[in-house]
Write a protein that binds this ligand. Structure first.
Ligand code: ADP
Ligand code: ZN
Length: 602
């Protein structure tokens, strides 16, 4: 409740500030308009001259003027004529020219009673003030803008999680058992900082979590705070990059000010690569980035020993980080959060299935088997999609089919029945997919086909799905080579059966080339180049391997791809009849299941 009130008050305050800013901006606009239009207004009304300038000069000669009254700095004169009671107004185009003229007249003997007045003090102050108003308004507007910026920032740091409490616990995090174990120590630090201090142990400062988006990095950071019942405050690295110079750095400073105030606590910085990118000597946005990073380093170094603040940061691109971030006392602990394995996936699915109704024949272990490589977020997404699909089909419970459709939707995108394929496209796609499937069948390391389809999904014209029931930590060279053959099976089928090739294979080629390149440059699987890693930060670093290293890598990638393409074509030529049959069936049915596919090989 209390947090709610605070949140409301904050929003109210923000709304008032926005209101004031709008009023100020309007006032400024009106002022500008008045200033631009001011001379006109004066001329038209009270300051209309009653004596024209030429007439005035004539009068000076005639001697019909009794007295001229003028105010310093003003072109407005009051002229008293000899035979008239009332003073008349006149305006001179140039005061200086007029004064010279009068001087000449006086010298040539004309008598002129010229009375010079100083402008009244109050009027001077007033006009000075008036001329300053636009400036003042602009300054006020800028101050407002900065204030609002600050408030918005508070909204993120101090606002939504004003209590900063989180009820996420380790029970909500599935499958990351070792990681959780490692974090237990941190939880204990946060709970009993005194115990560790007495023993002379240094409290860890920063922990970097490496891993793909959706692997649960935020979740585990929250769970640490939840387990230790300490506040959790977070920011995303991309938020630090601001358009106002220095604001990124000031945000970092504010975040840590707050953290120290509420310590012990957890500070979580998502996407730290956005600020922690290697520093450059660049200009503009880059130096802004450097400032933010420098501030972060200063803050990490500046903790007092009695402040128990643990900073967790997450990134998917550890190689991009400035090395200074990883020094002792900063983010000196690094934990990799990998996508879950079979058991982990089952555990995650079970957590997210808890609030949903499933048909009785559904076993989360099966789904876990079909979703190798999925992150926690993707698994949560699959279950959510299955519930949506079930609702749309007015099912009582989520059925096996709903779940399978959800898996497909998350992996390959949604079925596009609306995209009508021409017969020619259908034929091409059928041979392409049949090619992938048949080639894989003859490769020992490749998994069995689960489904072949020529129904367009997402950007793909068709797809061949493979069974995935094994989690692998290492992939052998043979397996990688055969993966290339399977990938090129689509293009090979187009070539051998239709003697024409299409653009449909572009993604296959991209993936295959990537694998071939990794085999050579990362995994050292090439005999000519040997077991060396050619992973470098800058291209010139490759030169230590000799001038022609680039050519050699290119030639070897080409050899790998060519060999694989040859093998795929050979397999298909030896199974030409099956290729035609499978493609034919695909054109008729559009989808072939694993069982049907096996029939062709009996
Ligand atoms: P990251 O920070 O790594 O991008 P998140 O922590 O934001 O990922 O994860 C997004 C969502 O995915 C979580 O809110 C949760 O619903 C789900 N999720 C991810 N990993 C797990 C896990 N290990 N156990 C349970 N749910 C998970
Ligand atoms: Zn393909």
């Amino acid at each position: 409740m209390q947090e709610n009130d605070k949140e409301k008050k904050r929003l109210q305050k923000q709304r008032i500030l926005v209101g004031i800013a709008i009023v100020l901006a309007l006032a400024l606009a009106i002022m500008m308009w008045l200033i631009i239009n001011k001379p006109k207004v004066e001329n038209e009304e009270e300051n209309k001259p009653e004596i024209a300038y030429t007439e005035l000069i004539k009068m000076l000669d005639d001697g019909t003027i009794e007295k001229i009254e003028m105010t310093t700095g003003s072109p407005n004169l009051k002229v008293k004529l000899v035979d008239e009671e009332k003073e008349k107004k006149a305006i001179v185009p140039s005061i200086q020219a007029f004064m010279e003229l009068v001087q000449n007249k006086v010298e040539s003997g004309v008598e002129i009673n010229l009375e010079q007045k100083e402008p009244p003090v109050i009027k001077t102050i007033f006009s000075t003030f008036m001329s300053l108003i636009p400036t003042l308004l602009i300054v006020a507007l800028f101050i407002m803008l900065f204030k609002m910026q600050g408030l918005g920032e508070k909204g993120k740091v101090y606002g939504v999680d004003e209590s900063n409490k989180t009820d996420v616990t380790f029970d909500d995090v599935a499958g990351l058992d070792e990681e959780k174990n490692e974090m237990l120590e941190i939880v204990d630090f946060l709970k009993n900082p005194e115990k560790y201090k007495k023993m002379g142990a240094k409290i860890p400062r920063g922990i970097l979590l490496f891993g793909k988006p959706g692997t649960g990095k935020t979740l585990i950071a929250k769970a640490i705070a939840g387990e230790a019942s300490v506040p959790f405050i977070s920011m995303s690295g991309s938020e630090f990059i601001e358009m106002f110079a220095g604001l990124g750095a000031s945000r970092v400073r504010k975040l840590f000010e707050k953290a120290k105030k509420i310590s012990p606590c957890i500070v979580f910085i998502d996407e730290i690569d956005a600020i922690g990118e290697r520093r450059t000597n660049g200009v503009g946005a880059e130096t802004e980035n450097n400032q933010t990073l420098n501030q972060l380093l200063v803050e990490m170094d500046g903790f007092e020993s009695d402040e128990t603040v643990i900073v967790l940061a997450a990134t998917n691109r550890p190689e991009m980080l400035d090395k200074a971030l990883l020094r002792p006392g900063r983010f000196d602990r690094q934990i990799t959060i990998a996508p879950p394995d079979l058991k982990g996936r089952e555990a995650i699915l079970k957590i997210h299935a808890a609030n949903k109704k499933f048909a009785e024949d559904i076993d989360m272990a099966d789904i876990a088997g079909d979703t190798a490589g999925f992150t926690g977020a993707e698994l949560a997404n699959v279950l959510n999609e299955s519930a949506i699909i079930a609702t749309r089909h007015k099912h009582e419970v989520i059925t096996k089919q709903d779940l399978e459709d959800a898996v497909k939707k998350v992996t390959v995108g949604i079925e596009k029945h609306s995209r009508v394929m021409s017969d020619k496209d259908k034929r091409l796609t059928a041979y392409h997919e049949a090619g992938h499937a048949i080639v894989s069948k003859y490769l020992g390391t490749q998994t069995d086909v689960k489904e072949i389809s020529i129904i367009p999904r997402g950007v793909a014209g068709g797809y061949t799905m493979y069974k995935t029931n094994e989690d692998k930590y290492y992939i052998s060279k043979t397996e990688m080579e055969e993966k290339l053959v399977a990938l090129l099976g689509g293009r090979a089928a187009e070539k051998v059966a239709l003697d024409d090739i299409s653009t449909g294979a572009s993604n296959d080629l991209e993936v295959a080339t990537g694998i071939a390149k990794d085999m050579i440059t990362i995994y050292g699987m090439n005999d000519r180049l040997g077991p060396i890693s050619l992973k470098v930060d800058e291209p010139y670093e490759l030169q230590i391997f000799g001038e022609d290293i680039g050519d050699a890598v290119g030639e070897e990638i080409r050899k790998l791809i060519d060999t694989a393409y040859e093998r795929a074509q050979t397999i298909l030529i030896n199974n030409m009849e099956t290729l035609h049959l499978v493609a034919q069936r695909l054109m008729e049915k559009e989808i072939i299941s694993a069982e049907e596919f096996e029939e062709f090989f009996r």
